[in-house]
Design a protein around this ligand. Structure first.
Ligand SMILES: [Zn+2]
Length: 268
């Protein structure tokens, strides 16, 4: 589901950016919109970084866990074990025993809010450098997710190099005095969009955590099997991705159109 998650993150961010711009709430420069979209698309894959593989042999794990080779496989391993620890520490009587932390902590609202807050705090402390670091990481995830088939062939070294080049490009174009507190919002929204995406699959997500219901804190909420979107089926790969792509293109067209109109009006 990598490409769908990344595309949905981009679509939601671009749609939201257009709405804020259109209603005069918040205006962003082209660079800011590009950076925010990349970060939101990448962050929309972040929750699946809890699917670890084998660090020693460099195999397995979710698509995103292979983004930066064994470095990201190691991060995934740590995140999965940490999630499992949190699961075990907070589970109640009716919650089943687990030996894998996938689809637990990273698929909760407190995680999305926490990571978003941490990101904004990092841009506050680290300014431009933090932005570059966040962009390097999230863009790598976005590349891996959006161009799934190509990424497998290209391998992690090329993806790491491309992400580094994009981060350097940001370094050149980003105004020096601006860290973007907005990036935390992009990361948080990306994670929430991912969680909502998993919600329409039959496995579900523990979206209520940590609120207990019927002696369970980790109740998996999903749609009934009959309504669930089959992973990798036509509905996902054609319909959903098509809608996300169309929304993204429409939002970009509207934003560019508005910017051109503004220029024209000033001249007249
Ligand atoms: Zn997921």
């Amino acid at each position: 589901m990598g490409p769908s998650h990344a595309l949905s993150g981009a679509a939601v961010w671009l749609g939201g950016t257009w709405a804020l711009d259109h209603f005069g709430v918040y205006h962003q420069s082209a660079v800011e919109v590009a950076v925010g979209t990349a970060v939101c698309a990448g962050a929309a894959l972040l929750p699946d970084l809890d699917m670890s593989g084998k660090v020693i042999t460099g195999r397995g794990g979710a698509t995103v866990a292979n983004t930066f080779g064994r470095v990201s496989l190691f991060i995934a391993e740590v995140l999965e074990k940490f999630s499992l620890t949190v699961y075990r520490a907070t589970r109640m009587k009716r919650d089943p025993a687990r030996d894998n932390g996938h689809r637990t902590l990273t698929h909760t609202i407190p995680f999305a809010l926490g990571v978003g807050w941490l990101t904004t705090a990092a841009t506050g402390f680290g300014g431009k450098w933090a932005v570059i670091g966040i962009l390097f990481f999230t863009l790598g995830l976005a590349l891996r997710g959006l161009f799934h088939k190509w990424a497998v062939r290209a391998g992690w070294i090329l993806i790491t190099a491309l992400s580094a080049a994009a981060a350097y490009g940001t370094f050149l174009y980003l105004p020096a005095e601006r860290g973007y507190p907005m990036l935390g919002v992009a990361v948080g929204i990306g994670c929430i969009v991912h969680i909502l995406g998993d919600l329409i699959t039959s496995a579900g997500v523990p979206i209520l955590w940590p609120i207990p219901t019927g002696r369970r804190t980790w109740r998996m909420i999903g749609v009934p099997n009959a309504l669930a979107i089959p992973v990798g089926g036509k509905v996902e790969t054609i319909l959903l991705r098509g809608v996300f792509a169309l929304v993204s293109i429409a939002a970009v067209t509207a934003l560019v159109g508005a910017a051109l109109l503004e220029k024209f009006t000033v001249r007249v």
